[in-house]
Design a protein around this ligand. Structure first.
Ligand SMILES: Cc1ncc(COP(=O)(O)O)c(C=O)c1O
Ligand SMILES: Nc1c(O)cccc1C(=O)C[C@H](N)C(=O)O
Length: 406
């Protein structure tokens, strides 16, 4: 693989012009959009308009005049086609963690007599911690089973199977259709965390008959640091859904100011407090851009990018252990490698302007956000990685320390 190969692939890439729609710094190869997506060029102007025009001038009138009040539903409706949902099945609000709490609570309410939440060891920590919180309240019981043992662990005590579609560290995917069916056959509900899928990997919540899902706004949807998350509830559960964070914005008539809670219709009852308008406005810009490109084109490019990286790396570093699946259809939009010096290598790459990340204890992770990563980026990153490993350029005191945030 050569730089010319990479440039040829870029020239033939139907998405190549979308890179210009992002504000990427010169000289940086950014392979960490699976942790924090890049800044769309339209976002600052949109935020300026919301801050100065809608907030500054419009003041409180903007809840009506700028239709702030329906922004969570409107942006949710734009995310819906990316994940195989209908417009009114998705709402934007809170963080993934908080939405997990709401939906685990909802599942427990819908399965009285069952307390077990089944997940896998090594799932993203917040998913496991949110179960732990409910466990400490005596409301849930956590059960963990390795991917191959999940089906056997589904018994009559399981209220909810809760998994992350694309594993944050390994990048492997779960078979959503098979596992959803198995859980439902055992009388359980299913909640998918789509944080590493939405905007990069096709997901069809309707086809797999999922009950619930959550996903992240700040990764492939490019909503910005701490962007609000989204939550999905299948329409068949809308009438019965009862979630524990019964805040006033999820009320059927918040401005009736009544003493008693009555849930808003459908997924809107997942709202709790006042939506963060600036955050959702920024997310909307990222979602519009991703929706304009379309998930199938994004997924095709994602697979091509990760395959190109994998081949470049394998050619230059045949001994480097690939942790992610070889089959591009069995992984998300990332590649992870194991190396005892993963942290130092990651720091050395960052010093050269090649940004991937390190996941404790020994994983080097590269994300390929297909909307803005080029084949040339991928070639340069693989070349830098090979150089750093083969020359031991990582072996310097300044690369040994762990950053506070990795
Ligand atoms: C799979 C997964 N779930 C949840 C989260 C956390 O989401 P939040 O920070 O919105 O709670 C992340 C990343 O931070 C993640 O990778
Ligand atoms: N949310 C993050 C943050 O605030 C700082 C650093 C990283 C993150 C992440 O999103 C981590 C990410 N979910 C992961 O897959 O590792």
């Amino acid at each position: 693989m050569t730089l010319e190969d990479a440039r040829r692939l870029d020239a033939a890439d139907p998405l190549r012009d979308y890179r210009e729609r992002f504000d990427l710094p010169e000289g940086v190869v950014y392979l960490d959009g699976n942790s924090l997506g890049a800044l769309p060029k339209d976002t600052p102007a949109r935020l300026e308009q919301v801050v100065r025009g809608e907030w500054g001038n419009g003041l409180i009138r903007s809840w009506n005049d700028a239709d702030w009040i329906t922004l969570p539903q409107r942006v949710g409706a734009k995310i819906a086609p990316l994940i195989g949902a209908e417009a009114d099945e998705v709402i934007v609000c809170d963080s993934v963690s908080v939405n997990l709490f709401k939906l685990i609570g909802a599942a427990l309410n819908m399965r009285p007599g069952r307390k077990v939440i089944l997940s896998e060891p090594g799932n993203f920590p917040t998913d496991l911690y949110m179960i732990a919180g409910l466990e400490a309240q005596g409301l849930a019981e956590r059960r963990l089973a390795a991917p191959g043992d999940l089906e056997a662990a589904l018994d009559g005590d399981v209220a909810l199977l809760m998994l992350t579609h694309v594993h944050y560290k390994a990048g492997r995917t779960h078979d959503m259709v098979r596992l959803t069916r198995a859980a439902q056959d055992a009388g359980a509900l299913v909640l998918w965390d789509l944080s590493h899928s939405g905007g990069a990997v096709p997901v069809d919540l309707a086809a797999c008959n999922a009950d619930f899902a959550v996903g992240c706004g700040y990764k492939y949807l490019n909503g910005g640091p701490g962007a609000p998350a989204y939550a999905y509830v299948a329409k068949r559960h809308h009438a019965a859904l009862s979630q524990p964070l019964t805040g006033w914005m999820g009320h059927a008539a918040p401005f009736a100011f009544t003493d008693d809670y009555a849930p808003a219709p459908g997924a809107s009852r997942l709202l709790a407090g006042t939506p963060g308008i600036l955050g959702i406005a920024a997310l909307e810009v990222g979602v519009d851009l991703i929706a304009e490109i379309g998930i199938n084109r994004l997924a095709a490019k994602s697979r091509a990018l990760s395959e190109f990286f994998r081949k470049c790396a394998a050619e230059k570093l045949p001994d480097l252990e690939l942790v992610s699946p070889l089959d591009p259809l069995a992984r998300g939009s990332q590649l992870s490698f194991r190396h005892t010096q993963a942290n130092a290598i990651c720091q050395a790459l960052i010093a050269r302007g090649i940004i991937g990340d390190f996941r404790d204890p020994d994983i080097l992770r590269f994300g390929f956000a297909p909307a803005y990563v080029s084949f040339e980026d991928v070639f340069l990153a693989a070349e830098g990685l090979a150089d750093i490993i083969s020359t031991r350029a990582w072996d310097k005191p300044e690369f040994q320390q762990r950053a506070a945030v990795t």
